[in-house]
Design a binder for this molecule. Structure first.
Ligand code: NAD
Ligand code: UDP
Length: 386
């Protein structure tokens, strides 16, 4: 591999990265990037490895990155091997979390333990062993926008000062405690504060990442095929499209989101990994402010693109409205709008997202169709058992 340089023109030396949650959606793409394009070694920690199996050695398979990725199946809740793996590494990346909204109000204790308590030893081992940490938080720590509290037709709602989310300025605005949707955001906020405080008081070298709806292949699961429960919106809508049923819009699908292609986002993470001096001590929004839609617009766009990539006919009724109570149960609430301010990531890492919403949905839905349509046909052909 030709010698690679960082943003300041200095050669990048090979490092060992302990990646916790490496078997998930983001972890699988980050492992691919590190294996295909860098000389770094990954100690991949997770309870599952299905999404990175294609990178792991199996009998008879020799890959160009042989020996640079090792899978360690362990649950960080209760495994003493974790500290040893952190000690062997130059950098720790923590992705492990419960991060599907359907769990936040229905399994709030698991959500809080996973996002706060289980992350505590990781932060502690990094501080004690002087290891750099990249911790994955969420844009959900901003909660609701200031503008959301104004009347619907108020002109200030159009003023970016009332909705753009800035890492070092915007407040974190959550709903009341009985709105358990916010258990995740609140746990993530507290772990961010802890990481930040370890930096301030004990010199921990850290970066915090706040992803804004990263989407692409391998995100979550399709219920009844490779998982159970209610996944995030991309997989929910993909499931509806594969089944030929209307896409369900929670409370009319009025909430707004910015979606970013996973491959664009991974570029940003690689820049953080390889430019510690520029990344340390910062919290980074990582999203695509140009890809904003309402959830209703997302559904309509996905239905149109699915027709193109699958050759199926357009649904007679593409969407139906459901209440949050019906879809998620008691205690659900929502973020109204999420536009990332890009100043810090532009300045520190010179990074910008590239892929339009149409293009990223087209490649992702092509993947969903190729991966799941046969299995879905078999599932749907089976007679119901009850
Ligand atoms: P994911 O669920 O696909 O990946 C998380 C991985 O962590 C899973 O493979 C899971 O098995 C593993 N894990 C969870 N608990 C563990 C434990 N106790 N021990 C070992 N492994 C454990 O989710 P993702 O989308 O890849 O998200 C990764 C991180 O990014 C999370 O912290 C999430 O909160 C954050 N995030 C992601 C998005 C997004 O757009 N995808 C948005 C906001 C925040
Ligand atoms: N949503 C929806 N229908 C679905 C799944 C989700 O209308 O089948 C909505 C959800 O209420 C939220 C948005 O889509 O407003 C994004 O949900 P996601 O699960 O991706 O997570 P979030 O962005 O809220 O973290």
């Amino acid at each position: 591999m030709a010698s690679r340089v960082d943003l300041d023109g200095k050669p990048i030396s090979a490092m060992t990265i302990c990646m916790i949650g490496a078997g998930g959606f983001i972890g699988s793409h980050l492992c691919e990037k590190l294996m295909f394009e860098t000389p770094h070694t990954v100690l991949a920690v997770d309870v599952y490895n299905d999404k990175i199996n294609h990178l792991l050695e199996s009998s008879g398979n020799k890959y160009p990155w042989a020996g640079r990725i090792q899978f360690h199946r362990l649950n960080i809740k209760n495994d003493s091997r974790l500290e040893g793996l952190i000690k062997m590494s130059d950098l720790v990346i923590n992705l492990a979390a419960i991060c599907t909204p359907a769990d936040y109000n229905t399994r709030p204790l698991d959500t809080i333990y996973s996002n706060f308590i289980d992350a505590l030893p990781v932060v502690k081992y990094c501080t004690e062993n002087k290891k750099r940490l990249i911790h994955f938080s969420t844009c959900e720590v901003y909660g609701k926008t200031i503008g959301s509290f104004l009347p619907k037709d108020h002109p200030l709602r159009q003023d970016p000062a009332f909705y753009v989310l800035k890492e070092n300025e915007s407040p974190c605005i959550f709903g009341s405690i009985d709105k358990q949707r916010w258990s995740y955001a609140c746990a993530k906020q507290l772990i961010e504060r802890l990481v930040y405080a370890e930096g301030a008081e004990n010199g921990l070298e850290f970066s915090i990442v706040r992803p804004y709806n990263w989407i692409g292949p391998r995100m979550d699961f399709i219920p009844g095929i490779d998982g159970e429960g209610v996944p995030r919106v991309l997989a929910c809508f993909s499931d509806n499209l594969l089944r030929g049923e209307p896409l369900k819009l929670v409370d009319g699908g009025e909430s707004q989101r910015t979606f970013i292609y996973i491959k664009d986002a991974i570029e940003a993470v690689l820049l953080m990994i390889e430019n510690p001096k520029r990344a340390n001590g910062h919290i980074f929004n990582v999203g695509n402010p140009n890809n904003e839609v309402t959830v209703r617009q997302l559904a309509e766009m996905m239905a149109k693109i699915y027709v193109k990539v699958s050759g199926e006919k357009m649904l007679d009724v593409p969407t139906i409205d459901v209440t949050a109570q019906e879809f998620y149960g008691e205690g659900y609430d929502d973020s109204d709008k999420r536009i990332p301010d890009m100043t810090i990531i532009n300045k520190q890492l010179g990074w910008n997202p590239k892929t339009s919403l149409w293009d990223l949905l087209e490649s992702t839905l092509t993947y969903q169709h190729k991966t799941y349509s046969q299995a879905m046909k078999s599932v749907m052909a089976k007679p119901a058992t009850n």
